[in-house]
Design a protein around this ligand. Structure first.
Ligand code: ZN
Ligand code: ZN
Length: 392
């Protein structure tokens, strides 16, 4: 088995990894690079046989729908089969429709879907997808087996979300692996303050709903598990509101996942409309918003002295040059940050390594992958460059 990380060995996002064994070659993720520069144009990722005709590629698997993992999908040759989770596919289709992007819509429609715990055989390679916890719902870790070798490829993950406790159980089920490719987003960040759990975040929202009549939460529309938790935090008699687009995304989650947890079913979602303005003013509640003109107009209709905006996204977007968010946050009398990371803490990565006991670990999706050497001094950590082959 040969592993080649085409992009993402020393950066967060823009991910693409190749796994080759015998006559089979698969790619995991094809993402756009992230940047806070408003004039940034994502660099095209060229992989022979994937984005051009110089070779063959048997399939591309996607761990989840974040742009830093799927943004380059459109550039994959049309005859290469694509695979993703069923809910992830539906969310991507909804996003493409909203953008009126017909080419993207057509590409997403071709995606074949896999299921948690159902193995897929592609030529010489077996891929077992495990549904895991991340800030994008329907995210997967892959156990990849070929030629007698076992590789665990984590994708983006964490253990402090609603489904986080399931991860160590999955790792135990996987058992010992020959190699581990793990995300290492937080390696470049301080680990001094433990990550707040999604459950604690939900508790804090309950308190805000007691302190303020109107709570507006600025949150990524695809952070669906958090939005479900916000909905469940709203007490009887108050509204949980969003727009039609957000409601369609929540309906998809309920459609695919309602059987798995109470969190995903019986959401009391009301689509905002002028016709119910008076009722909302009377009862109060929580609304999920995005930083645009439409929501600006809605927020202005409410008594700013009784309103708060909760900023529930990565703080980097706040300082992004030309960002509209700081102005948006001033719409009410007050705003506060209320967010927790979608990525694995140092402890979570250590626990993963302790359980799966890999012979070698390759950190990726990280600006400082070398920090893992300090964290796990007794483990063999490899730090390849982009495009460098690692043979097992
Ligand atoms: Zn990512
Ligand atoms: Zn992600």
């Amino acid at each position: 088995m040969v592993i080649t990380i085409h992009r993402g060995t020393h950066q967060i996002g823009g991910i693409a990894t190749e796994i080759r064994s015998g006559n089979t070659r698969i790619i995991i993720d094809m993402g756009n690079e992230l940047s806070l520069d408003p004039n940034f144009v994502p660099a095209d990722l060229n992989i022979p046989g994937v984005t051009d005709g110089n070779g063959a590629c048997n399939a591309v698997f996607f761990t989840h729908y974040h742009g830093d993992h799927v943004g380059q999908m459109i550039r994959i040759r049309d005859d290469v089969p694509l695979y993703a989770g069923a809910l992830a596919k539906d969310v991507m289709l909804e996003v493409a429709k909203k953008r009126n992007d017909d080419a993207l819509l057509e590409k997403f429609q071709k995606i074949q879907t896999f299921k948690d715990g159902k193995e897929i055989q592609i030529g010489d390679i077996r891929i077992m997808p495990y549904s895991i916890d991340h800030s994008a719902c329907d995210s997967y870790t892959f156990l990849i087996e070929a030629n007698g070798k076992r590789l665990l490829y984590t994708g983006d993950f964490r253990t402090h979300g609603f489904r986080g406790k399931a991860l160590p159980k999955i790792w135990r089920k996987v058992g010992r692996v020959d190699a581990l490719v793990t995300e290492g987003t937080t390696l470049s960040r301080s680990n001094a303050v433990p990550a707040m759990s999604e459950r604690d975040l939900q508790q804090k929202v309950r308190q805000y709903l007691r302190d303020y009549k109107y709570v507006f939460v600025l949150c990524a529309s695809t952070n669906l598990e958090r939005i479900c938790a916000l909905s469940k935090a709203v007490p009887r008699g108050k509204y949980f509101l969003c727009d039609a687009y957000q409601k369609r995304l929540l309906d998809l989650l309920t459609h695919h996942w309602s059987e798995y947890s109470e969190l995903y079913r019986n959401l009391k979602v009301v689509e905002y409309g002028d016709n119910i303005q008076k009722k909302i003013e009377a009862r109060g509640g929580l609304m999920v918003v995005r930083a645009n003109r439409k929501f600006e107009e809605i927020i202005k209709k409410f008594d700013s002295g009784k309103s708060i905006i909760l900023y529930s996204m990565w703080s980097g977007y706040l300082t992004k040059p030309e960002s509209k968010i700081p102005e948006f946050l001033k719409l009410t009398g007050q705003w506060e940050k209320l967010h927790t990371s979608g990525h694995a803490s140092h402890e979570a990565i250590k626990e993963l390594i302790e359980i799966t006991k890999p012979d070698v670990v390759i950190p990726m999706h990280s600006e400082k992958p070398e920090v893992l050497k300090e964290l796990c001094p007794d483990t063999k950590i490899l730090l390849p460059d982009d495009g460098e082959e690692v043979s097992l």
